[in-house]
Design a protein around this ligand. Sequence first.
Ligand SMILES: *[C@@H]1O[C@H](CO)[C@@H](O)[C@H](O)[C@H]1NC(C)=O
Ligand SMILES: *[C@@H]1O[C@H](CO)[C@@H](O)[C@H](O)[C@H]1NC(C)=O
Ligand SMILES: *[C@@H]1O[C@H](CO)[C@@H](O)[C@H](O)[C@H]1NC(C)=O
Ligand SMILES: *[C@@H]1O[C@H](CO)[C@@H](O)[C@H](O)[C@H]1NC(C)=O
Ligand SMILES: *[C@@H]1O[C@H](CO)[C@@H](O)[C@H](O)[C@H]1NC(C)=O
Ligand SMILES: *[C@@H]1O[C@H](CO)[C@@H](O)[C@H](O)[C@H]1NC(C)=O
Length: 540
Amino acid sequence: MLIYQYLLILVCLICCWAERVVVDWNIGYLEVNRDGHFTRKAIGVNGKLPVPPVYITSGDTLILNVVNSLDQPTTVHAHGIFQKGTNHMDGAGMVTQCGIPPGTNFTYEYTVEQAGTYWLHGHFNHQNSEGLRTPFIVYDTDELPMQYDEDVVVSLEDWYPVMVADRMKEVLDPTKPFPPPPTYPYGLINGINGNDTQVIVFEPGKKYRFRVLNMGSTEWFKFTLPGHKLHVIEADGVYCEPQEVDGLSLGPGQRYSAVVEAKQSAEFNYVYNATLFANFVPNLPGLNPRYYTGLIQYREGAPIKQVDARDDSEIVWAQDIKMQAFDRQPLLAGVSRTVSTIAGSQKFSDNVTRAILHKYPYMTPPIVPTLFSAMSMGALASDSEIYGPQTEAQVIGLDEVIEIVMTNDTPIDHSMHLHGHNFQITEYGPASSNNNSSIPIQRCGGYPMRRDTFVVPALHYIRVRFLANNPGVWLFHCHMDIHFALGLAMTFVEAPEVLQKTQSVPEQLKKMCVAQGLKAEGNGAGNQGMDLTGLPAPPH
Ligand SMILES: *[C@@H]1O[C@H](CO)[C@@H](O)[C@H](O)[C@H]1NC(C)=O
Ligand SMILES: *[C@@H]1O[C@H](CO)[C@@H](O)[C@H](O)[C@H]1NC(C)=O
Ligand SMILES: *[C@@H]1O[C@H](CO)[C@@H](O)[C@H](O)[C@H]1NC(C)=O
Ligand SMILES: *[C@@H]1O[C@H](CO)[C@@H](O)[C@H](O)[C@H]1NC(C)=O
Ligand SMILES: *[C@@H]1O[C@H](CO)[C@@H](O)[C@H](O)[C@H]1NC(C)=O
Ligand SMILES: *[C@@H]1O[C@H](CO)[C@@H](O)[C@H](O)[C@H]1NC(C)=O
């Protein structure tokens, strides 16, 4: 009896603390000059860009009411949120739902038990690249690796002068050279031209948690705060033992939190330094890299402290392989399956070059979202063939330990994201084709760091592990939008038999597919059994 009473009190407490946070997003086009150079068509929310960040506390339920005022379908993904039990809220277009048709609405509703620095972004037709992206900060109620006084969100974006759809037209034109001539985006900090961003006010002696996000679609950012040390405590929503560094380097999709201790006196102001760069476009002063700075203001009008600029090679950068997970989760033992992937590209018979992670480019999706096939195909859901070759579905069992070995034989770094999970980062090394690596083999320590987006450097490999404890259908893809658009993606179909028993797909989501001439059940082609007639064929 007493136990029940305690339980009741506990449940009550949890109910009282947890809130329902309602956010209304009317997604539509606008003309906007974000970088101080170009006015262009973009996608914003409620007539504005940047999209205001969303703040909740761990345990809260987010209710995101989306009205689609575009002339194309849309979806919204919460990057890094596991969606345990709510796979159909993951927002991955044609993987976990059909797009929300133009002129209609849909409500995303899910409870977030994680904490940390995430982001919300469009996940249909690469709409995140058009501006549909914003930080999603989940405050914690648990013990942190380091206490701090205030949060400072620094969201970083690359911003191109043209829409991704127009860039894709060029990339997919077989008469044009591949790769296309380089383009040089501008950098945005907290949604506006990087050099125009508001000053960051510091009070002497206080501790600030910088939450730095790369919400970019293609390029990398480096972030330093010369004259101050950064104590990294979080990568992609996972806490680590504090790691003292000078700088953060982030691929598209990655996030870090670093606690910065303010100086004891307000004698000087300082500048922070954000650098937008890519190792796959030519180094041209002023174009790549592009430098952005902003003021750390201790006192209005105080002189700026001159800190000697240091060469990048002398700077200590945050490294996930060297971090230790704060919760001391040991290396997952007993790998039951190794998935070997090779990032590459191939010219097909139509003379179009596409990207491949395994065998096929995932460009044209199936007619049925893969989740809906997994839910409706009974025992056949365990047969990877039914989903269509483009999905490269890997069917994995409940509680299997999966190791992904990804080899990057390209001269381009890739930033890879898995939905529904994070990975233990266990090893980096040179690809076997690479006899001139600057990075030796590096292995994790006893409590490997976990994160949801890793960077596999050019001509190197990475090994990561994850535990299949989240039945569902989860996309694994490059977060550089052109690569993703060219097919650098595959899917994990996790414990479909458990999924069928424990989750269901709302009728409204099924109707959305039918309303667009797509299908809500059957194999990838919307048929029964192994008949894939009508499935968009992968290129040959
Ligand atoms: C959402 O759509 C329903 C009908 O499908 C309509 O009744 C409702 O007013 C719409 N809500 C908004 C905010 O547009
Ligand atoms: C931003 O300002 C810094 C400092 O004045 C300057 O060096 C840099 O070139 C500017 N960046 C851009 C992209 O204009
Ligand atoms: C700013 O960062 C870039 C890239 O890390 C570096 O080359 C440059 O020297 C930095 N500037 C200062 C003033 O620290
Ligand atoms: C592909 O390119 C080759 C060489 O330029 C050309 O001969 C061939 O006709 C092209 N094929 C197609 C399908 O465009
Ligand atoms: C490295 O590989 C390249 C290309 O395969 C080859 O030309 C070169 O001789 C190799 N160098 C060494 C030191 O093995
Ligand atoms: C090996 O790499 C270094 C830099 O990491 C570069 O300077 C050098 O040219 C490379 N050598 C060859 C043979 O590719």
